[in-house]
Ligand binder design. Sequence first.
Ligand code: SF4
Ligand code: SF4
Length: 386
Amino acid sequence: MPNVSLVQCKDYQLETLKNKIRQSLSNIGFDIKRFNNSRVVLKPNLLMPAKEEKAIITNSEFFRAVAQIVKENNGTPVLVESPAIHSLERVIKRTPYAAVVEEEQIEIANPSITRTLTYDEAKKFKYIDISEAYFDADIILNLPKFKTHGITYITGAVKLLFGAIPGVEKSKMHLRAPAHDDFAEFLLDLYGAMTYGMIPSKPIIHIMDAICVQEGEGPGPAGKARWLNAVLAGNNGIAVDYVAASIAGLDISKALTVVNGFKRKYGVSSPKEINVVGDAIKKLQIHDFVPATGSSLFSNMFRWPFNTPTFKNLFLDRPAPNETKCTLCYQCKKICASGAISESTGKKDIPEYDYKKCIRCYCCLEICPEAAIEKERGRLQWVLGG
Ligand code: SF4
Ligand code: SF4
């Protein structure tokens, strides 16, 4: 039965965070003396350069608190992350992580050196190239920021491990698993491989920053910051995500990595098996949290004969740039693995979209720094209530 620690935390003061994180690790039975002489990978969410108050990235003081706990126990913290399109150096430089890394003397791993992780028990993706730094670690601390997400409904512990795949290689995975269900299954293959398939095996502890989170059209600049006031921890990412979604009062049946994760029986197969230690879910639960509009029911029908351009254009939301917000930075073009975006032809000051090629992965929407890409409803979406 997995333990999930849930601890109320209302600010990002360093000493408060350290106390809450120590308490969280103790609640799940993890002895911090295990950091002694260990190489400890710290994996935050550094999706893109972003201001702390937008709640896009794992809070830098939260990261500092974890790093200091590791160091105080004679461990070596190593920052490992691969942002979506920018280099890790650039994201660090343009966020408060620059000061933290310098002041705490944090080693930074090169995320683009990869090794193939093989997991025969995976449903479909048995070989996945991930950053080599995970293989070199003694302990992995996954530090997700809890946010809404247009495809997987939430992003937390399971989804954050997607960052183990370098840079834009991530967006290519959407081409291999275009239906939302398939994408969640891919994430669970990766989660299973990292949790059970590493040789030698190593502990992965998920310590979630759910203090100031994102609601609405997360997980990028279009999402809105919202205080959830919680630190969660556990060694089962599916259980941690379940508890986070529960305190946000979300509809768990839409959180694909959680419901499909339960079906896989990766250490937990139902909410009844989760033991919450610390504060009760009810104490922190809110009821007006705004989910992403994203995840259309029809996104899961992305297989023949429903994957035709005509079907997609009639029944699925399509990404549409807004001319008044767009700065023509073309980060959307850079991330689009299906080549659906090209530069403006001059008719409008926005990128040109080829909706026949678009697979509706919404990576462009997630990454647009101006939150300039909106979802336009398919012309007949209303007929099916999607
Ligand atoms: S839509 Fe966004 S990402 Fe694309 S060019 Fe405009 S501002 Fe840049
Ligand atoms: S245009 Fe946007 S939503 Fe469509 S495939 Fe490209 S990145 Fe994905």
